[in-house]
Design a protein around this ligand. Structure first.
Ligand code: ARG
Length: 435
């Protein structure tokens, strides 16, 4: 029997029920639904809208329902219309008329808007925790190889020598901004829609501030129409999660490159690598590749949410039921990427000798050679040109800046002296840059 059966003369068709039902997605919100209902019932009793006795019966029975689901004594009916319906029906089966009073002054529209916010508030906390752990893991890796020198790239061409730590610090900075974005969106989301009713509030003398405070909100939504129809917070969070995936995907791309034989800057631990079914020599970086691939899901979730919302007239429309699949998937994906990447990075072996080798000999210190001439009084443009000539001569002679003789240097510019060899030492190059 449907909650709304009174107006209808027929049972709903199974296909309607299956199509309409959101229980497979929203059952994971059962604890939040129950917590919201307990706050609502307590407020109704405190305001004398229901009796104190009914209020207590409801909150006690809801606590039992939560414990029963938690411990597997009560199974969520997969044919129920949604989690709100299931909990209310179970409540009424257990305590009769008192259960039927719970929905006084409330609609599923403000109820679902509340549940998503409560659920996502905890999810934000989880993601922030994992982001901070990844930041710590990357910082620790950088610290452990504090003086390891590697080539820095632009256009994936060796550009200037940098430290491995400096490279990782770029990612910790990105991730710190990600933490800030999630915190910021979570703060904006933290207003209770409860009391918005279906769209136009309610005629009962409810106390919205009371439920908002009981549920840990910073206040309540001022427009009841907006309260039930706003999903900005889902879009903002999906956008913040998408940016997290951009960052994780870029880091993953580097790890894939670095673990190739061509680079061999790192080696992934066996426990975090996979093999090939045919090629016995293979050790594949499946984890970072999957993270790179899964970024597409999260961007898709963001696009889903934007598209679902863009044409909806106020206030609630059933289209909005699609919000949960998208935002839940985005959170699930980001969380699993973070919890897998963290131990993979923690256990990966860094090979500083290979990084150092890759940084040497590729004219990566040419800028420093030019800067050296500047220190000898040459204008930068002239120093740049002279160094360019040195590089061209080295390539022709099959030499590097380190093996080019002082006489050869002097032939190109008489400002060169023996000091150039100190100036172009990679260790000095990174030190001068404060890395
Ligand atoms: N399952 C619905 C959703 O997720 C709950 C709200 C139902 N409201 C309604 N007017 N049918 O959006």
């Amino acid at each position: 029997m449907k909650l709304w059966a009174g107006r209808f003369s027929k049972e709903v068709d199974k296909r309607t029920n299956d199509f309409n039902s959101s229980i497979s997605t929203d059952s994971r919100m059962y604890r939040y639904d129950i917590t919201g209902s307990m706050a609502h019932a307590s407020m109704l009793a405190a305001k004398g809208i229901i009796s104190a006795e009914d209020g207590k019966k409801i909150t006690d029975a809801l606590a039992d329902i939560m414990a029963d689901i938690d411990e597997g004594r009560l199974l969520i009916d997969p044919n129920a219309e949604d989690i709100h319906t299931f909990i209310e029906q179970t409540l009424t089966e257990r305590i009769g008329d008192a259960g039927k009073r719970l929905h006084t002054g409330r609609s599923r529209n403000d109820q679902v808007a509340l549940d998503i916010r409560l659920y996502l508030r905890d999810e934000c906390g989880e993601v922030i925790k994992e982001l901070n752990e990844l930041i710590d893991t990357l910082s620790a890796k950088g610290d452990a190889y504090g003086d390891a020198i590697m080539p820095g790239y632009t256009h994936l061409q060796k550009a200037q020598p940098i430290t491995f730590k400096a490279h990782l610090t770029a990612y910790t900075e990105m991730l710190k901004r990600d933490v800030g974005r999630v915190e910021d969106a979570a703060k904006r989301m933290n207003y209770s829609p409860l009391g918005s009713g279906a769209l136009a509030g309610t005629t009962y003398p409810i106390d919205r501030a009371m439920t908002a405070e009981a549920l840990g909100f910073d206040g309540y939504t001022l427009s009841t129409l907006d309260g039930v129809s706003d999903r900005d917070f889902c879009i903002e969070l999906a956008s913040a999660l998408s940016l997290i995936m951009v960052h994780l995907s870029r880091l993953s791309e580097e790890i894939v490159l670095w673990s190739s034989w061509e680079f061999k800057f790192i080696e992934l631990d066996d426990a975090f690598s996979t093999g090939s079914s045919i090629m016995p020599q293979k050790k594949n970086p499946d984890i970072p590749e999957l993270v790179r691939g899964k970024s597409g899901r999260v961007f898709g979730d963001l696009m889903t949410l934007l598209t679902v919302m863009k044409g909806l007239p106020l206030a609630y429309n059933k289209d909005m039921q699609e919000d949960k699949d998208a935002i839940f998937d985005a959170f699930d994906t980001v969380k699993i990427c973070l919890t897998t990447l963290i131990p993979m990075i923690d256990t990966m072996k860094v090979l500083p000798e290979n990084m150092r080798k890759a940084a040497a000999g590729g004219f990566i210190n040419a800028t420093d050679c030019a800067d050296y001439l500047v220190s000898k009084g040459l204008p930068f443009r002239d120093a740049y040109k002279a160094t360019g000539e040195v590089v061209a001569a080295c390539i022709k002679a099959g030499k590097t800046l380190e093996t080019f003789s002082i006489d050869e240097y002097k032939q190109i510019c008489d400002k060169f002296d023996e000091g150039v060899y100190e100036a172009i030492k990679l260790e000095n190059c990174v030190k001068r840059r404060g890395m």
